[in-house]
Design a protein around this ligand. Structure first.
Ligand code: HEC
Length: 150
């Protein structure tokens, strides 16, 4: 009888640990999903701000801070898509984890295009900045088209 109690107690204990671990894992994934969605929103805000400045025809220098933001965030993208974070309230498609190298390449494309945007802004030529802004937009879309659900 005594042995039986101990055994049951052991199972209950193991189950409690199991749930606690699962809850922690789900929480960690929810956090990383939220974090990358916030990062993406900030990128959207930066693009919108740049577009507004372009439509107002300048001042070009005001774009610098937004270009810097895009450059900074572009380097953080891949870390925010750890394996297993396809579960939950997310539009991230499973293809991200099936083609990690290509996904990384798409993030790298944004790193390059946003760096060139910063360079164009520093150059001060409005037409060059506009052309490079379109390329940055292309880098966003190039990834979304394949890896983000509508
Ligand atoms: C390497 C791939 C990749 C690149 C590059 C990328 N995105 Fe995303 N973006 C995603 C994925 C995947 C999601 C879905 C994230 C989720 O729901 O977990 C997303 C989501 C978003 C969202 C929706 C956020 C929300 O939940 O409300 C916005 C806005 C966004 N991206 C803007 C941008 C902009 C602007 C750029 C370019 C400056 C960009 N993204 C570049 C992959 C990318």
């Amino acid at each position: 009888m005594k042995g039986r109690f101990i055994k049951l107690g052991g199972i209950a204990f193991a189950t409690a640990i199991g749930f606690a671990t699962l809850a922690t894992m789900v929480q960690a994934q929810t956090d990383v999903i939220k974090e990358r969605q916030e990062l993406m929103k900030s990128q959207g805000a930066a693009m919108k701000a740049i577009n507004g400045i372009l439509e107002a025809n300048g001042p070009v220098a005001d774009i610098a801070t937004h270009a810097a933001k895009l450059q900074e965030t572009s380097h953080k993208i891949t870390d925010l898509f750890p394996a297993g974070s396809d579960q939950g309230d997310t539009k991230a498609k499973a293809e991200i984890w099936q083609s990690p190298d290509d996904f990384t390449a798409k993030a790298k494309a944004l790193q390059n295009e946003s760096a060139m945007l910063a360079t164009a802004v520093a150059g001060g030529d409005m037409a060059a900045v506009k052309a490079q802004y379109d390329k940055v937009g292309g880098a966003c879309g190039g990834c979304h088209k394949i890896y983000k659900a509508k």
